[in-house]
Ligand binder design. Structure first.
Ligand SMILES: Cc1cc2nc3c(=O)[nH]c(=O)nc-3n(C[C@H](O)[C@H](O)[C@H](O)COP(=O)(O)O)c2cc1C
Length: 401
């Protein structure tokens, strides 16, 4: 890897790990999709009725660089837009007179009962959106009866997050180079009661806004967390350059499939791979005995130009053929998006920005509301399509381009 690419990747690692300094400068050249903070002040929704209302509220409330960190995508944001637009190209064709008056959206993920097939994706830096950060989001997920995905890069330790609520949690792992540290992290997660490990394999954000803003999450919170997991060489007084150097040395950006064999050897927890878009990779994941696959392009935050996740879902579902659970994230903004993803074979979906915006706008209550809105929209979509239960949601409901 050349020097610049490497520096970029580690600096983005540093951003997602909360270690860089924030400077509130300039605005993304690709900000067309992103409301300007303050821009909507005159039209602020008094009562949010849809996910995107929270984007508007968060834009008005959060510092510009923080809002752009959440909302933006890599480079020209083609993938970011496509994640949403691809759902909008799919039509739902409901059968008539099905006699369905109510619906039950409950299901299971990895044998865990959940109230609905909508889970919270791992999202970094939550203390920056609200002082209670991951604790607030985890409580909201528990109240909604669904899974909270704990990011490797939140300011609370895995023990603090698991203690914050009784709801089911998955722990997301970015892989430290030092396998002793990785092992310690996984063992702590397992001991604290998480139900699965999600290994995120699509690293390397390339977001113009973050680079222009020299965006960072608050250093102190992450420094504590990293020390907790064994990075004892990291200290409060490190300079930006020292942090970049530390990142280059600490994180494994080039691990390969054999990592999963190693991981399987140290934990009994179900293993989920996050970041799959190609059916060949899905087949490999299945052959390694992984339990879950998240079809994801990191919410359009990684390599711009990658396809929308919903477009890749059907062939991955076909390849996996029931041998692992397949989830999808990226672009879920409506209950109908959830219905479409399930009709195309997803076991459940994960949301990222919707709850990050809600956390920023109104803390735990905001996240509860966003989950409730999506649940209500999904219920409406299920009743309208004659689906009394999740297993009634079938591909025949859809017309695809
Ligand atoms: C602000 C932000 C931070 C994120 N941090 C992480 C992270 O720490 N680990 C990870 O695996 N994915 C991370 N993601 C990606 C999400 O888990 C998820 O794949 C993505 O947000 C889904 O797209 P959506 O935002 O359109 O719902 C992050 C996403 C956002 C928006």
């Amino acid at each position: 890897m050349d020097r610049r690419t490497f520096a970029q990747r580690v600096s983005l690692g540093a951003a997602s790990l909360g270690l860089l300094q924030t400077a509130d400068t300039g605005r993304s050249a690709n900000a067309a999709e992103v409301p300007q903070p303050g821009e909507y002040d005159k039209n602020l929704p008094r009562e949010p009725v849809k996910v995107n209302d929270f984007q508007t509220l968060a834009a008005a409330k959060l510092p510009k660089a923080t809002f752009e960190y959440i909302s933006g995508g890599s480079a020209d944001e083609i993938t970011l837009r496509e994640n949403v637009a691809a759902f909008q190209r799919i039509r739902i064709l409901p059968p008539l007179l099905t006699g369905v008056a109510s619906a039950d959206p409950s299901t299971t993920v990895l044998k865990q009962a959940v109230s609905m097939p909508i889970l919270l994706a791992p999202v970094a830096g939550q203390q920056m959106y609200h002082p209670h950060g991951a604790l607030a989001a985890a409580r909201a997920a528990a109240a909604a009866g669904t899974v909270y995905g704990i990011s490797s890069s939140v300011g609370h330790s895995v023990e603090e997050v698991t203690a914050a609520s009784t709801g089911p949690k998955w722990f997301q792992l970015y892989v430290p180079k030092d396998r002793k540290v990785a092992r310690q992290l996984v063992e702590r997660a397992e001991k604290s009661g998480v139900k699965a490990i999600i290994v995120t394999v699509d690293l390397g954000e390339w977001k113009d806004a973050d680079r222009r803003n020299r965006f960072a999450l608050p250093k102190e919170t992450l420094v504590k967390h990293l020390r907790d997991v064994g990075f004892t060489q990291i200290v409060d007084s490190m300079s930006y350059e020292e942090i970049l150097a530390f990142n280059g040395q600490a994180w494994d950006l080039t691990f390969s499939w054999d990592f999963f064999d190693w991981l399987r050897g140290i934990t009994k927890l179900p293993l989920i791979i996050k970041g799959v878009l190609r059916k060949e990779d899905a087949a490999k994941a299945v052959s390694l005995g992984l339990n879950g696959i998240v079809v994801s392009n990191h919410g359009g935050r990684r390599l711009d130009g990658m396809p929308a996740t919903i477009e890749m879902l059907p062939e991955i579902v076909q390849t996996v053929a029931g041998r692992a659970e397949v989830y999808l994230d990226g672009g879920i903004r409506r209950g109908t998006d959830v219905l479409i993803a399930l009709a195309l074979g997803a076991r459940a979906v994960l949301i990222g920005r919707p709850y990050a915006w809600a956390l920023g706008a109104n803390g735990e209550a905001g996240v509860r509301t966003v989950l409730n809105l999506l649940r209500e929209e999904l219920l409406n979509a299920m009743v309208t399509t004659g689906c009394a239960k999740i297993s009634d949601i079938q591909p025949a409901l859809l017309r695809r381009p």
